[in-house]
Design a protein around this ligand. Structure first.
Ligand SMILES: Cc1cc2nc3c(=O)[nH]c(=O)nc-3n(C[C@H](O)[C@H](O)[C@H](O)COP(=O)(O)OP(=O)(O)OC[C@H]3O[C@@H](n4cnc5c(N)ncnc54)[C@H](O)[C@@H]3O)c2cc1C
Length: 432
């Protein structure tokens, strides 16, 4: 019976090293670096590059990647155990080379890029010498990608892109964008769009503004509103088949969602740890907050939610490793995506309350983490769409009740049981 919750001892040693390394070396850098993704920032490079080298020396660089792409090929379960440590630090995913959106964009390039595109973009991306951007959402439509209107038309040996994209995170730092555009407007709804590599310095690209989000970067931020005007890119910058944009997108979205969830486990754990410390530190009456039963309830509820969520994430990671196909685990990934913002907001909310006015102040990280939960409920698909996905999968192939009442109807079941055992029941009556 292979049902185990143990971590192999060698890997546990690596995780112990990561725990100390992130706490002592990486978390301090979070306070000094403006944005860990900004490879053009000299201070960031001075601080982060030596840490990345230590991770490489330890054999933990780009743990999301298989060996063919230069990673250790650990698979999703080991990655989950690593990511839940990295999740509590802004810079740690970059220090370990497994940060979004580059991790997903690398998967797309590896699957669909020509050898030239891989050499030009994938190799420096995997080395974190450059970063990338995923440019899909449009101002007039995010949840419903069939509403996208950005067009790509063939003109000789070039595709010409026109349209607007919205919330293209990190576009200002990126060397290239992976952009979805409609190539076949008259095709079936899901066969209209294709995916392209768009070099960031191509003439015709304008960043209208960099949108900020509460919790990350109030005011000017890093989520670009982009205008594409007659942006000409070579014909071979098409990724995958023409019209297969949605299928190509799935290559990155499955992994992207579960990786966010792994990191979110780390944030929830950090919130709970801070609650525990506060509970035993803060005086209340003759004791501490930890002596108050309502506080104990908040702690217990938080731990239960964390454990449930973590097990769902780990089991989903385990399933992906077993079937090696995100599509077969789509329901589990959507369930994780649904649970993620709620668990984070619930636990962070309790941490805020327990810390009183300090908790709600900008001197603690909780406000940022609470907003993070709203980001999680939108990025890579709104919660509602993932609930729909879970429900649709569960409803598939379910038969309607054969009669007037449900199959769980007690009276119907009792009548059926009586009919089945009528002879035996008659004997009982006669012998009594
Ligand atoms: C922090 C962050 C980073 C992001 N980074 C990127 C990125 O790098 N690249 C990129 O392309 N996009 C990115 N996005 C955009 C994200 O993918 C979209 O915000 C998301 O797909 C939702 O689209 P929308 O914002 O247009 O919301 P809408 O589609 O307008 O939906 C708004 C709300 O309507 C409801 N709703 C919509 N459809 C349904 C339905 N069918 N049933 C029930 N309710 C529904 C939901 O409550 C939903 O939240 C990012 C978003 C965030 C918050």
């Amino acid at each position: 019976m292979s049902w185990s919750f143990e971590t192999d001892p060698d890997y546990q040693k690596q995780l112990d090293w990561v725990e100390t390394f992130v706490r002592e070396e990486v978390e301090p850098v979070d306070h000094l670096v403006d944005h860990a993704w900004n490879v053009g920032d000299p201070l960031r490079n001075k601080l982060i590059k030596p840490l990345q080298q230590q991770v490489r020396d330890r054999g933990l660089w780009a743990c999301h990647l298989g060996r063919e792409l230069g990673g250790p090929g650990y698979g999703q379960l080991k990655l989950a155990l690593l990511n839940e440590i990295l999740g509590r630090s802004h810079s740690a995913p970059v220090v370990f080379g497994c940060h979004a959106p580059d991790s997903g964009n690398a998967e797309i390039l590896a699957h669909y890029g020509t050898p030239e595109l891989k050499q030009r973009y994938l190799e420096p991306l995997l080395a974190n010498d450059i970063v990338s951007c995923y440019s899909m959402t449009e101002p007039q439509g995010g949840s419903d990608p069939t509403a996208f209107v950005t067009r790509a038309e063939l003109d000789g040996d070039h595709w010409v892109i026109n349209g607007e994209k919205w919330f293209s995170s990190h576009a200002s730092f990126a060397s290239f964008f992976i952009t979805m555009a409609v190539t076949d407007p008259d095709a079936a709804r899901h066969d209209r769009a294709s995916m392209f590599v768009v070099p960031a310095d191509t003439p015709g690209i304008t960043i209208v503004r960099d949108v900020g989000v509460w919790g990350h970067d109030e005011g000017e931020g890093h989520h670009a509103y982009i205008r594409y005007e007659d942006v000409r890119i070579p014909r071979d910058h098409l990724l995958g088949e023409r019209g297969a944009g949605f299928a190509v997108a799935q290559t990155r979205l499955g992994g992207g969602r579960i990786h966010h969830a792994m990191r979110t486990v780390g944030l929830v754990r950090a919130s709970l740890d801070m609650m525990l410390e506060r509970a035993v530190s803060r005086r209340s009456g003759n004791g501490t907050l930890a002596d108050r039963q309502l506080v104990q309830e908040q702690i217990a509820d938080s731990w239960v939610q964390l454990q449930q969520f973590r097990l769902l994430v780990l089991q989903t990671a385990w399933k992906i490793d077993h079937v090696q196909d995100y599509k077969q685990v789509i329901t589990d990934i959507s369930a994780v995506k649904v649970a993620m913002p709620k668990v984070l907001l619930d636990v962070v909310g309790r941490a805020i309350q327990l810390h009183g006015s300090l908790g709600i102040s900008t001197e603690m990280p909780f406000g940022k983490w609470a907003m993070e939960s709203y980001h999680m409920g939108l990025a890579d698909g709104a919660t509602e769409l993932h609930k729909i996905q879970v429900a649709k999968q569960l409803l598939k192939g379910v038969e309607p009740a054969p009669g007037l009442f449900p199959t769980g109807h007690l009276v119907t079941q009792r009548d059926a049981a009586r009919a089945r055992f009528a002879a035996l029941l008659d004997e009982e009556v006669l012998s009594s």
